[in-house]
Write a protein that binds this ligand. Structure first.
Ligand code: PGA
Length: 257
């Protein structure tokens, strides 16, 4: 099945500015070699580097888009250490919201995630909302209940027009950084559920990409992307090395429309 999709890398707290610059230059060189085989209209490559690397990467000409890993929901003010949506908008077009590491390690609650999504839209940023279940939630048969609860709370008060611009990443927590990937069938089942749930909220067809994240590697990306409702991948560990990130792109090219 040929389609449009997104290959995104979440670098988390990795890479100094100079390491980020070297990565993008090397990736550009590799992409340049296969550029005749890539339709960048239908394949979007996106990197979420640390804040410190956003500005230097913006100034390097590349087919790769960039986004921030987080924002605060206020416009400006006395919030030491925080970064506002407007500050990101000058540099990048996307922002990850509600990654499970933010939720689990930094105590981010759905209420704040909801405010961050609203703030992203106010600043004209595209939020990429991450949702996913823990291992115990999966094992106790509560995967759909968890995803449904997250979507309802995180999207509370967001208009259907805004939801239509939102990207969603399904990232089962038990698969993040563990080497355990959800099978394509299992991920597809949740993606179909997310699509259905969003459509029931907005009352119209949801055509935005739903990304899968959790131990995506060069050898499993194509099978995952081959599923009907998996329209992108969000890659942590394997996005840190140019070779593995590039291999994921190259291995998926056959599926690009
Ligand atoms: P991983 O991380 O690919 O290292 O499992 C994915 C993510 O956290 O986005």
């Amino acid at each position: 099945m040929k389609k449009k999709f997104i290959i995104a890398g979440n670098w988390k707290m990795n890479k100094t500015t100079s390491e980020s610059i070297s990565f993008i230059k090397e990736l550009n060189t590799k992409l340049g070699r296969i550029k005749n085989n890539i339709n960048f209209e239908n394949l979007e490559i996106l990197i979420f580097p640390p804040y410190t690397s956003l500005f230097p990467l913006k100034d390097i000409s590349s087919p790769v888009s960039i986004g921030a890993q987080n924002i605060f929901y206020e416009d400006k003010g006395a919030f030491t250490g925080e970064i506002s949506p407007a500050m990101i908008k000058e540099i990048a077009g996307y922002v990850l919201i509600g990654h499970s590491e933010r939720r689990e390690l930094f105590g981010e609650k759905d209420e704040n995630i909801n405010k961050k999504i609203k703030a992203s839209f106010n600043a004209d940023l595209i939020p990429v909302l991450c949702v996913g279940e823990t291992l115990s939630e999966r094992e106790s048969g509560n995967t759909f209940k968890k995803i449904e609860r997250q979507l309802s709370a995180d999207l509370d008060g967001i208009t259907p027009e805004q939801i239509d611009k939102l990207y969603i990443a399904y990232e089962p927590i038990w698969a993040i950084g563990t080497g355990k990937t959800a099978t394509p069938e299992l991920a597809q089942e949740v993606h179909a559920f997310i699509k259905e749930k969003i459509e029931s909220i907005t009352g119209s067809q949801y055509d935005r990409p739903i990304l899968y994240g959790g131990s995506v590697k060069p050898d499993n990306c194509k099978n995952l992307l081959g599923e009907k409702d998996i329209n992108g991948v969000l890659i942590g560990g394997a996005s840190l090395k140019v070779d593995s990130f590039f291999d994921i792109i190259e291995n998926s090219l056959e599926l690009v429309e």
